[in-house]
Design a protein around this ligand. Structure first.
Ligand SMILES: [Zn+2]
Length: 430
């Protein structure tokens, strides 16, 4: 039995020789270059986009995928997820309760489940920014890379680095610092450098710091240490901050992205633009804020915050800040998947006046850029990973059409193909 299991595992972990595909696409949208081309053939070989053109001859042995009535675009990306976390809501479930009630193994299984759900909906790459127990999402990413499970490409932050207490509040001293299951306490330059190195050692691909969930926050000097340490190892720095002096310090220190930034002023947004700092706005829809509430008094009432978020997104877009789509979805609503909830953010972007072409860019190349994978993923272009999705109606006409993804390919392997697409032997040049 043991031998049989080992043999099966070995078979799964050996990379299967990738199939060659010739995809006949009705329309190809490449948000990064802004091009829209009709009636194209995309040749996929060894997991990569080998060629694109209107009249290509398919290589011998290629399998034809008919997406001639579809809009084909790069796989979607989300720069701010917490796939191992479901935040419990309601009066009996304080934020800290899941540190005590859920093991890392359980968190990993939830992360894996959510990874499969979001890939199936068209998200082929995600950046998971902490709240994963003892590095659960790093291991989920490894398991997916091994080919054991289907899932998006995952870059994870490991543990969130924060000033004393993480994002917990008012835990009595006799309980001890049990938030360390979820956060690394780092105060001062020396501890911050060590925390960054710890995360890199355990497999982080981005360094995440929380700046202002308590009345105290990181200084420019502390943040510069994080940036210096991370950049020397080739990793970007992402910081959770709502605004004010904490955001000033982050901008001054030259972080790579500001997450949330709900209260950023025009002056701060302009500085971000000048320094090439991305905004990952996690632009919560009102319905989600109604479930989350004020997050224990940290945030304003939903009736105030929801329009504030829309206004901040409008200003950021007009000022010309790099905008990367990030959802920060961590709750459960009965009957809706995590992917459904991620698509709810599209309405906020529409209301803020961001055009569909920019939203698509923000969901592909902009995320790839802050993840430092923009040379290999996020475009429908020759040499890029074959991470492709298709929808049956034009997302440039109505961005909500992204909810209708019916074909997903990741690394040149078909994850899903719905009724709109057919696969067969390649007979002729379409
Ligand atoms: Zn978050």
């Amino acid at each position: 039995m043991k031998t049989l299991l080992a043999a099966i595992l070995m078979l799964i972990s050996v990379p299967v020789l990738a199939q060659t595909y010739a995809i006949h696409a009705g329309t190809v949208i490449d948000p990064g270059s802004g091009t829209v081309l009709h009636d194209q053939v995309i040749v996929v070989e060894q997991g990569l986009i080998k060629a694109i053109g209107p009249n290509l001859t398919a290589p011998a042995g290629a399998v034809l995928i008919d997406l001639s009535h579809e809009w084909v675009l790069p796989g979607l990306m989300d720069a701010h997820t917490h796939l191992t976390l479901t935040e419990l809501t309601g009066g009996d479930a304080p934020y800290e309760s899941y540190f005590l009630k859920e093991s890392t193994a359980y968190r990993a299984l939830r992360g894996l489940y959510n990874a499969e759900v979001v890939l199936d909906a068209g998200f082929t790459t995600i950046r998971d920014v902490g709240n994963m127990g003892e590095f659960a999402m790093t291991d989920v990413g490894r398991a997916i890379d091994k080919g054991w499970f289907a899932g998006p490409t995952i870059v994870s932050s490991g543990k969130i680095i924060a000033p004393f207490g993480g994002q917990s509040h008012n835990i009595p001293p006799e309980q001890g610092p049990f938030w360390k299951y979820e956060y690394i306490d780092a105060d001062g330059v020396v501890e911050i450098r060590k925390a960054v190195r710890t995360n890199i050692y355990y497999g982080a691909g981005v360094i995440k710091l929380v700046l202002d969930d308590n009345p105290y926050h990181y200084s420019v000097e502390e943040l510069r240490a994080a940036v210096d340490e991370a950049h020397h190892a080739g990793l970007p720095v992402s910081v959770h901050t709502y605004g004010g002096e904490a955001a000033d310090n982050a901008i001054e220190a030259g972080v790579d992205s500001i997450e949330h930034g709900f209260f950023l002023t025009d002056a701060q947004l302009k500085k971000m633009k000048d320094k090439g700092i991305f905004l990952v706005g996690t632009d919560f829809p009102r319905a989600h804020l109604d479930v989350i509430g004020t997050s224990g008094g940290i945030l304003p009432e939903p009736a105030v915050l929801a329009p504030g978020i829309i206004d901040r997104l409008t200003r950021a877009y007009r000022i010309g800040v790099h905008l990367a789509f990030g959802s920060d979805t961590v709750m459960e609503i009965a009957g809706r998947t995590r992917a459904d909830l991620m698509f709810d953010y599209l309405a906020v972007w529409r209301t803020a006046g961001v055009p569909p072409a920019q939203i698509l860019k923000s969901m592909t190349t902009e995320v790839a850029q802050i993840m430092r994978i923009d040379k290999t993923r996020g475009r429908v272009a020759v040499g890029y990973a074959a991470d492709l999705i298709a929808v049956p109606a034009d997302p440039l006409g109505d961005i909500e059409n992204l909810r209708r993804v019916d074909f997903v390919m990741k690394n040149g392997r078909i994850v899903r193909h719905g009724t709109q697409s057919t696969i067969g032997s390649y007979v002729n040049t379409p």
